[in-house]
Design a protein around this ligand. Structure first.
Ligand SMILES: [Zn+2]
Length: 244
């Protein structure tokens, strides 16, 4: 019983399991345990990659804790009574990207552009994501460029692709690469470059010395990787102030 409680606690905290068992096995066990205690199947995300990636209803966990005789740490006051449900709803929104398909979004708006072969850039796309280590937001701007190879994509689709991957539990490095790879595989351009500049609340809020440093990540594919002039042109264009 003790082990089960601590498993649920770690699961609640979204902390990865590092014991001898397989992570997926651990997740399945906890999901099964929670479902049994609550008396109905609990929701899990569609493509869990690690224990912390599966979000469940905090309300369900509260029920499970009660059934195990686990006393609430603090008496529930009015302001907190619906908080588990609100948090669950918010996190469903923060992680809705798991049920969206970037390839499908891109392929729905690919156009022929045989006579255009210059760089296409969309800059200053707002990014809001959740750090998978602390479940705290990181947010900033994303800049995307690609060199078309006879095909271009509708401009509104690029921010949507950012959204698909940002609305998941993430780390900024992986988010950057996933956006670049999705554009590369759907559009088969001559090259893709993605830069994300973001502030992380898990860094800014914690510790005595507050840190406002923002993190910059980039993913360069094709010509953006092999040709320094292409890369420089992209970086130069995103550094320029907005003309209007
Ligand atoms: Zn973090």
């Amino acid at each position: 019983m003790h082990r089960e409680l601590s498993d649920i606690d770690r699961y609640c905290a979204g902390i990865g399991y590092s014991g001898p068992r397989e992570p997926t096995l651990f997740v399945n066990e906890v999901v099964r345990l929670l479902s049994e205690l609550v008396g109905r199947p609990i929701r899990a995300l569609r493509k869990p990659e690690r224990p912390g990636d599966i979000l469940h209803s905090l309300a369900d966990v509260t029920i499970a804790r009660e059934k195990l005789g686990f006393k609430a740490r603090t008496p529930v006051r009015e302001g907190l009574a619906k908080t588990p449900l609100r948090v669950e709803k918010a996190f469903q929104d923060f992680t809705k990207g798991y049920s969206q398909d970037a390839a499908q979004i891109l392929k729905s708006a690919v156009f022929d552009a045989s006579d255009y072969d210059e760089m296409v850039i969309v800059k200053d796309i707002d990014v809001f994501s959740i750090c998978e280590h602390h479940l705290l937001p990181f947010f900033g701007k994303c800049h995307i460029a690609y060199l078309p190879d006879k095909r271009v994509v509708g401009l509104s689709k690029l921010p949507r692709v950012v959204e698909v991957f940002a609305r998941r539990l993430q780390i900024q490095e992986k988010l950057t690469t996933q956006i670049a790879k999705a554009i590369e595989s759907a559009l088969k351009p001559k090259g893709v470059g993605v830069v994300i500049e973001a502030l992380h609340l898990c860094v800014m809020m914690r510790g005595v010395e507050k840190n406002n440093a923002h993190m910059i990540t980039s993913s360069m594919q094709g010509r953006f990787r092999s040709d320094s002039r292409t890369r420089e042109e992209f970086l130069d264009l995103i550094r320029r102030p907005k003309p209007f």
